[in-house]
Structure formats: structure tokens, C-alpha cells
Write a protein that binds this ligand. Structure first.
Ligand SMILES: Nc1ncnc2c1ncn2[C@@H]1O[C@H](COP(=O)(O)OP(=O)(O)OP(=O)(O)O)[C@@H](O)[C@H]1O
Ligand SMILES: [Mg+2]
Length: 194
């Protein structure tokens, strides 16, 4: 087994064609609370990945171990959208596709809640989404708008030079209806003038 990522919440191992995602104990959290948080995130990640199977491109859930808060997922071969956007001179097509896929996710009433270009893998012409630990099943317009705004914010931080071009095309691909659009604009305005 090879450790491929050691992010804030989880250790990610590679084993053959599978990815093992183990949510590790956080010393700074109260033990009981920490256990609940890790269980909750492991379960919502598995549940919502299963809901999205066949709707958008997500890794298959191969196993859920509730005792150790470990998920076994299909390995997605490709490159992080973060690296792709950094190297691409012309991000339009990728951004359009990312936006279109977020729309389908939202139409299935799933919001991701941690949309960043490190949680999107580009595999050939396909866009995969990963890291659903904070995701929710919700039909609320507000939740969907917030999901987009969070993504906008992370794009600004990660891709300061290309942000505008990426964002415009994500929105074009998403093609928000009146309600979501109004909410996104409203939140962005509030953030801007704070
Ligand atoms: N199914 C997968 N296929 C390929 N690579 C993956 C897969 N799952 C995770 N990775 C790699 O591991 C990294 C971290 O995984 P992930 O984003 O799921 O966890 P995290 O950010 O540590 O966790 P969380 O915020 O849910 O606690 C990803 O950015 C990606 O590079
Ligand atoms: Mg992540």
C-alpha cells in the first residue's frame, strides 16, 4: 500500500486499482465528537457517491468500514483539475464541462459543499468529482447557490489569474435558472461589499 495524500482529514492510500480513504483521529477534537464527525463524513460520502453513480462521473464505492471510518473507492486515473487549469492556456472547454456536471449533481439534489479544483479529476475528456465528505442531499436553491459561491471563492484563491475566465465558463456550463442565479448574485454582492 502506498500513501498518496495526507490532507487535513484523511490519509489516502493506493492499493492496486483502489483508493483507500481513511479518516484519521484528530487529537484537537473532543474524542466523542471526533468519532461522530468522522463517522458522519464517511457515511455521507459513501451515501452520496452511491446516489450519484450513473448521474455524473464519481468513483465507485467498493467498501465502507464504519469501524475504522475507511472507504475503499475506485481509482480514477487522471489529473487534478487544479493542475490542468494551471497548465492550460485555454480553460474554456474544461470549465464548461465542470459547470455542466455540477448542474447535474444539483439536479440530483446533491450539493458537494467543498468544490475546489483539488476535488475534481480530469480523466481524458471526462470530469470526475471526489471528496463528498461534506456533501448533503438537499433540494434547496440556497444550498445550491452557496455550493457555487464556495467554488467561486476557491477558484479565486487557487487560480487568481484565470479565475474570471474559468468562472464565467463554469456558470455558462451550469446555466443557472433565475432562482439560483439571483441567489448567487445576491451572495456575491454581499461578500463584495462587506
Ligand atoms: N478515487 C480517487 N481516485 C484518484 N485519486 C483520488 C481518489 N480519491 C482521492 N484521490 C486523491 O487524494 C486526494 C485527497 O482525497 P480527498 O479529496 O478525497 O480527501 P481529503 O481532501 O483529504 O478529505 P476530506 O476533506 O474529505 O477529509 C485527492 O485530491 C486526489 O489527489
Ligand atoms: Mg479533497
Amino acid at each position: 500500500m502506498r500513501l498518496i495524500s495526507k490532507a487535513a482529514e484523511a490519509h489516502i492510500y493506493l492499493e492496486y486499482e483502489r483508493v483507500i480513504k481513511h479518516r484519521v483521529e484528530k487529537e484537537y477534537r473532543i474524542k466523542k465528537l471526533d468519532e461522530r464527525i468522522r463517522r458522519l463524513r464517511t457515511n455521507s460520502e459513501a451515501r452520496n457517491l452511491r446516489r450519484l453513480q450513473g448521474v455524473i462521473n464519481v468513483p465507485r464505492v467498493l467498501d465502507v468500514d464504519e469501524k475504522t471510518n475507511t472507504l475503499t473507492l475506485q481509482l480514477i486515473e487522471g489529473r487534478l483539475a487544479k493542475d490542468v487549469f494551471m497548465e492550460q492556456t485555454e480553460p474554456t472547454q474544461t470549465a464548461l464541462e465542470v459547470g455542466a456536471q455540477i448542474k447535474r449533481m444539483h439536479e440530483a439534489n446533491i450539493v458537494h459543499n467543498d468544490l475546489t479544483t483539488s476535488n475534481i479529476i480530469i480523466s481524458g475528456s471526462r470530469v470526475f468529482f471526489i471528496d463528498f465528505g461534506l456533501s448533503e442531499f438537499t433540494g434547496k436553491t440556497e444550498d445550491k447557490a452557496v455550493d457555487l459561491v464556495v467554488f467561486n471563492k476557491s477558484l479565486k484563491a487557487t487560480h487568481p489569474k484565470k479565475h474570471a475566465e474559468i468562472w464565467v465558463n463554469v456558470l455558462r456550463g451550469y446555466n443557472p435558472g433565475k432562482q439560483v442565479n439571483a441567489r448567487v448574485e445576491n451572495i456575491l454582492e454581499r461578500v463584495r461589499y462587506r
